[in-house]
Design a protein around this ligand. Sequence first.
Ligand SMILES: [Zn+2]
Length: 494
Amino acid sequence: MKTLIKNVRIIDGTGAPWLRGHVLVEGEKIKSILHQEVEAERVIDGKERFLVPGFIDIHTHGDRGILKFPRAENYLRQGVTTLIGGNCGGSEFPIAPHLKEVEDSGISLNYGILIGHGSLRRQIMGMEMRHPSPSELEKMEELLAENLKAGALGLSLGLYYVPGSFAKTEEVVALAKVVAAHGGFVSIHMRDESDYNIGLLQSIEEALKIARLAQVPVQISHLKCLGASVWHQASEALALLDQAREEGLEISFDQYPYPASSTSLNGALLPPWAQAGGEEALAERFKNAGTREKIKAEVAANMKRRGGPKSLVIANSLAFPQLKGKNIEEVAALWQEDLLETTMKLLASGYVQIISFNMTEEDIHQIMQHPLGMVGSDGSLVEFGLGQPHPRYYGTFPRVLAKYVKEGVLPLSEAIRRMTSAPANRLGQYDRGLIRPGFWADLVLLDLDKVDDRADFDNPHAYPQGIDLVMVNGQIALNQGQLQDQKVGMILKS
Ligand SMILES: [Zn+2]
């Protein structure tokens, strides 16, 4: 089957400015870029809109929902044609049966996965706060190698979260060497994006050390300056990355275009030592008066770091679903309790997802303008209307275009490069991410005047506008707002 997408302004994904022409797709691949129309079974008139490569989201947690939501609607509607899951140290494990299951059930876009270091560590050491013994480390290395051979694209670290935070640099360097031997990369949710423990800049140094000692490409995840104490450190952080490139380290990063982050309340406020040993051990420490006071003091300090109780908004609470959308100050007023006691009660109640306002636009701009960056949502697959997710789940890619390109923070073709060829190269998918003859036909027809991310913190469940057509592997997956129920996505392996 031949499809001609005619009368388009082609942005090829290299960062070069657009050129006018027609793109012929044959089967699953791009056949040619033409300056004269040719016959085709299917002709789509682009009407001078932009045709760009499909977006590649290198940083997601899509592995959590891919089997439940194989249509991946909140991503496909953003123009995302490839989704990479397993970030921040947490992934499905082992990956071989997971990938098999996804392949068998079928998906609407391309999908690949990283192995989470936390998930790997749990297999061998549970939630214990200690170093691995030599034999435990050896077992982790073996398991990692097995999963890389099964097609994982790399290893993800969550050095801030338990149990990843229990690992010293040496442990992850040993594992990163296994990744280097298999040709993957290491994505790093850093030990500290704020001043919780070693600080933002020291955490970047740690990431660079891993790249240096293991000789492995490193992708820093969702680079940001989190919290007032590290605001305006973006230029220093980026200078460290420039120096690393000078030194010969293959370092890059991704970013989501929002001033608020999203995580669990535990992750934001609880010290790692309190979480050692898992949920039961945590419950014990809440009961014990001595440890409770100690936790409370650290929670108070962390809350301040995060901008205070007003800056923390509950997205989801298993125990108190009615609190959705309320900040902690509002919850305290509702419960007629002291702020800190309210927080402790929430922390003891089980899983609470929060949205945390903690960044400045200045830092966001600087990070977005740096050439080593990519766009990554850090989102997941969700059911429309359910819960209060971060709007990045629905709007990341359109928002970069609708807000930051239109405001002049970065040029259109550069924004597209950060969404396409840059992540394709990082992932070693050298036949995706560009509009080139012979490349997979992952394409997006974009109406730049109409593009609008729509989803916001109050109403996150909103699909974007202006993403008019999405093609995945040569098949139309979305056309004028209509999802074509085709499971044309492929599993991408290393
Ligand atoms: Zn993360």
